[in-house]
Design a binder for this molecule. Structure first.
Ligand code: FAD
Length: 295
């Protein structure tokens, strides 16, 4: 099924999870426990990341296919274009089609660190928009893309970032997934701005539960995400007490999601970090509220 149809037919906000493939030297089967742990939470879809630089890409296809065909859950394959040539991308699209995958999250990916890598390059799709045009031509997939409530790290001007986002959406995007954020007001401001700019597709909110100090540090270096004071206080006070921090993180994510649902968000996409027990706690916390509300 096309995920875009879930957004139009479902009466409640869409609920989805993101997982990542196990490292090459770990058996693929280690992901089974994660998927089984998430399955009974009834997600509308599960997405599978594509390793930075295209690493582990075969596993993304394999796991996306497994989620759909073995576990009977709709799946979304992430695909980045900057680390593969146009011909390689066309081959990956054929493999996805052969595996009957219907949904792709089309991404540019971070630029390679290699100083010899010249950007833009004629051999590659240089922006997600260019990848989306190619996928659209295949006439087989529903396409989603990334958006950044606080702006993409490489763009110093949010208005300009939104102009590029509009071009990307017009190239054929059915819905957007946001980068993680910890202050919902950033999302609400962003939504006002993109709707004013004429971007009308559904936007699902990417929520990352805070589980450890290192995890948060890592996310902050890779993105423009900022921490509100109420979040920093938790980190300062419990940063060195992992069990306490984790409990606070689950409570924080729960509150964030309840506020998003009350605001009327189209969907919630939880970055599971392959920790189904954490996701389960959050989903249980919001379940009664979620059951009672309509879009
Ligand atoms: P684009 O939309 O192409 O934008 C990239 C930059 O170029 C932005 O700064 C934008 O403002 C600018 N830009 C766009 N168009 C133009 C133009 N015409 N001219 C000049 N500048 C332009 N990475 C992975 O490696 N694997 C994953 O699985 C993965 N999953 C992700 C999932 C989500 C929900 C999100 C939010 C991000 C994910 N990423 C992943 C990270 C993503 O690959 C990086 O953020 C990457 O740097 C940008 O990808 P994009 O698709 O947003 O790029």
């Amino acid at each position: 099924m096309f995920i875009k149809d879930i957004f139009t037919t479902k009466k409640q906000p869409v609920l989805s999870f993101e997982i990542f493939p196990p490292k090459k030297n770990s058996p693929l089967e280690t992901i089974y426990t994660t998927i089984e742990g998430l399955k009974h939470l009834n997600p509308d879809f599960i997405s599978v990341t594509y390793g930075a630089g295209g690493s582990n890409k075969d596993r993304t296809v394999e796991i996306t296919s497994l989620i759909k065909h073995k576990y009977d859950i709709e799946s979304l394959a992430h695909l980045t274009c900057i680390s593969s040539t146009k011909d390689e991308i066309k081959n990956i699209l054929t493999t996805l089609k052969n595996n009957k995958i219907k949904n792709i999250l089309a991404l540019r990916g971070d630029l390679p660190q290699d100083p010899n890598f010249k950007f833009p390059t004629p051999l590659h799709y240089n922006y997600a928009k260019d990848l989306i045009k190619q996928i659209k031509q295949e006439n087989h997939f529903s396409i989603s893309a990334a958006c950044y409530p606080e702006g993409h790290i490489a763009c110093n001007n949010l208005a300009q970032d939104i102009e590029y986002l509009k071009e990307k959406v017009e190239a054929g995007v059915d819905f957007l997934i946001t980068q993680l954020f910890f202050d919902n007001e950033h999302l609400y401001d962003f939504m006002d701005k993109i709707r004013k700019a004429g971007i009308t597709v559904p936007v699902t909110a990417g929520i990352m539960p805070l589980l450890s100090k290192n995890q948060i540090k890592h996310c902050l270096t890779l993105s423009k995400t900022t921490l509100p004071p109420k979040f920093t206080r938790i980190l300062e006070k419990y940063g060195d007490k992992p069990e306490v921090l984790q409990e606070a993180g689950i409570a924080y994510a729960t509150n964030q999601i309840i506020d998003l649902l009350a605001w009327g968000v189209d969907g919630i996409h939880i970055y599971s970090m392959n920790r189904p027990q954490t996701v389960q706690r959050i989903v249980e916390n919001i379940s009664t509220f979620r059951d009672l509300i309509k879009k």
